[in-house]
Write a protein that binds this ligand. Sequence first.
Ligand code: GDP
Length: 432
Amino acid sequence: SNIIAIVGRPNVGKSTLFNRLTESRKAIVDDFSGVTRDRHYGKAEWTDKEFTVIDTGGYVANSEDLFEAAIREQVVIAIEEASVIIFMVDVTTGITDLDDDIANLLRKSKKPVFVVVNKVDNTALETESSVFYSFGLGEIYTISSMTGSGTGDLLDEVVKHFEDIQEEENTLPKITIVGRPNVGKSSLINALIGKDRNIVTPIAGTTRDSIHIHYNQYGHEFMFIDTAGLRKKTKVKENIEFYSVMRTIKALEDSDVVMLMLDAEEGLESQDINIFHLAEKNKKGVVILVNKWDLIEKNDKTMKAFEEQIKQKLQPFTDVPILFISVLNKQRIFKAIETALEVQKNRSKKIPTSKLNDVLLPIIEAYPPPATKGKYIKIKYITQINGVAPMFAFFCNLPQYIKEPYKRFIENKLRENFDFSGVPIQIYFRQK
Ligand code: GDP
């Protein structure tokens, strides 16, 4: 999606603006990096346009000596990743040296830059804001991110710079490989694509940061959404947390199925779990690949034990294929592709209403939702709602009385009777 990056030195009010823009959409990405408690990456919308906001400041190291370098990196990355950059300054301090440094970097950017003067809480301050024209970055926008004044006008202008995200014409499944550095993502892509790298087509527009690889071999056809190849080209240090987070999120949003790759020697860590939940929230299919299986000493119980351990950590969404692979030995790497494609089939599966009712209504009759406040809850009719991922509506007399455990019971029954392996399911209870 389109990305707005907010850059600026500390304390100018970046996170206040960030919170203001994203507060209506809090649910999407919480605590994604797994490192910091704060949320610096969120979804927002304005006049029907959805976009992503990044508060780059949240990722700057706190240590004093790292400071300037960190801010510099923050800006470089914003220039590279964002569709639009908001350069925030503070009217109460005027222009500082650090502001000047940032402005110098931004002048070299080809991305649209909006100079946003914050803390303009009255008309006297409005007049003082004019000093910021001296950056030579064009129009300035005065706001008070505390009260929200000015942000509407700012957003009206910002959204004009968004690129049109065209729905891609082709309907091929889109698959991406995500995972921590060095788990073997690039190796897998290389193993599958080999020398055919010339089929790699960079996609223009907002997805310029990922490349789409048209895979069409051995009877399988799909698009690989790859960011790994491009990562190597940049001068920016790879270990910057949010850098890879941004790429991961973008690739994930662009895909139908996410192959989450782990290193068998390290197992499933909190960052992996965060990615997993992000995929789940975004209703993407998921396959877990435990790579470097060749390095593990094993007997006939190892795989099962490993699988159980992983599923334990994935609760409650555990109906996910887990494959043990070795890219090095080319072990089960085609199986991985086949599984991902099956997951996409499950994800786009439509179950006829009659079949759904024939199968589930008898189960519901035998195990009805518990009566609440002396009232019986009666589920009468079930139907699948059209969408990119499976959604089901259960029509009943008192939907508000249906609790989480029953919902989970229903989900399990759906999964037992219809194959939804690797796919998050949405269940809604509604009044007729
Ligand atoms: P990426 O950062 O996730 O793209 O990881 P790379 O593909 O660059 O792989 C990191 C390292 O792991 C490289 O040294 C690979 O050769 C090694 N590697 C990848 N897959 C395997 C595997 O199945 N077994 C073993 N033993 N090493 C692997």
